[in-house]
Design a protein around this ligand. Structure first.
Ligand code: PAF
Length: 259
């Protein structure tokens, strides 16, 4: 990937593009005509080699979708481009630490995940040199960690939030949804129902009523600290993650104060 020729809006992805990505690319296109989409399945952010292997890949289809959505360039780097030898110590890529917040919730369930995310984003930013980078709000903790890291490290990139896109049945779009069975997909709707219920107690009750769901966490948090929210928390946010059919589902939603 050569140096930038003007201000670039960047949408980093791991492929398996869906309408959520399309909306990020469209958003990028409102900022500039120079939109780069990367497609790179980052091994450093998968804690299980099985999940990495099962991750859906369709470079040709993804490139078409990205270009149709308004990307001006689709970049699918190789592993050696992203992780060259000089980044490694004893054969292992030296990772950026995502800090304390990366040990909570998604990070607790997936140790090292956010270190891997920051490490790849740092490399992608170095190659693409964007002015803006657009990240989906569905991965709420990722968005928070990326924003903090960019600010703390004085990285001259404006991180833009792209809203969550849902299917007509209410399920938040995710590249992993394609691995759900028909029954699993129906069961997964319990999550959006629970999030809409309005209080933490009813959210938990509704989630517990679905036997197909193995719940990992369901909490209402302070979005600036990821501490459990209390009645004084501004803009509390419900975050839910769990497994259906061996597929990890992850969603969040703003809640009314004191819920
Ligand atoms: O959100 C994702 O798809 C990935 O975590 C990202 C930001 C492309 C980094 O690999």
């Amino acid at each position: 990937m050569s140096a930038s020729n003007g201000d670039i809006a960047f949408v980093p992805t791991m492929g398996a593009l869906h309408d959520g990505h399309v909306s990020l690319i469209k958003h990028a296109r409102t900022l500039t005509n120079n939109v780069v989409v990367s497609i790179f399945v980052n091994p450093l952010q998968f804690e299980s080699s099985e999940d990495l292997e099962k991750y859906p890949r369709d470079l040709e289809g993804d490139s078409k979708k990205a270009l149709a959505a308004g990307a001006t360039r689709v970049w699918a780097p190789t592993i050696d481009e992203i992780y060259p030898e000089n980044l490694k110590v004893n054969g292992e890529v030296k990772k950026i630490s995502a800090g304390e917040i990366a040990n909570k919730f998604e990070g607790a369930a997936r140790p090292g995940h956010f270190d891997g995310v920051l490490t790849v984003i740092n490399q992608l930013f170095k190659h693409v040199d964007p002015r803006w980078a657009i990240f989906g709000e569905k991965d709420f903790q990722q968005l928070h960690i990326v924003k903090n890291w960019v600010t703390k490290s004085y990285i001259p990139v404006e991180v833009i939030t792209g809203g969550i896109i849902r299917d007509s049945d209410g399920l938040a779009l995710s590249s992993r949804n394609v691995r759900l069975t028909t029954e699993g997909r129906k069961a997964a709707l319990v999550i959006s129902r629970a999030l809409r219920s309005g209080s933490k107690a009813s959210m938990k009750e509704i989630l517990a009523s679905e036997p197909a769901l193995t719940l990992d966490y369901a909490e209402v948090i302070d979005p600036s600290t990821f501490e459990i929210a209390d009645s004084s928390t501004l803009n509390p946010r419900a975050i839910v993650a769990g497994w259906i059919d061996g597929v990890r589902l992850l969603v969040n939603m703003g809640m009314a104060a004191g819920s």
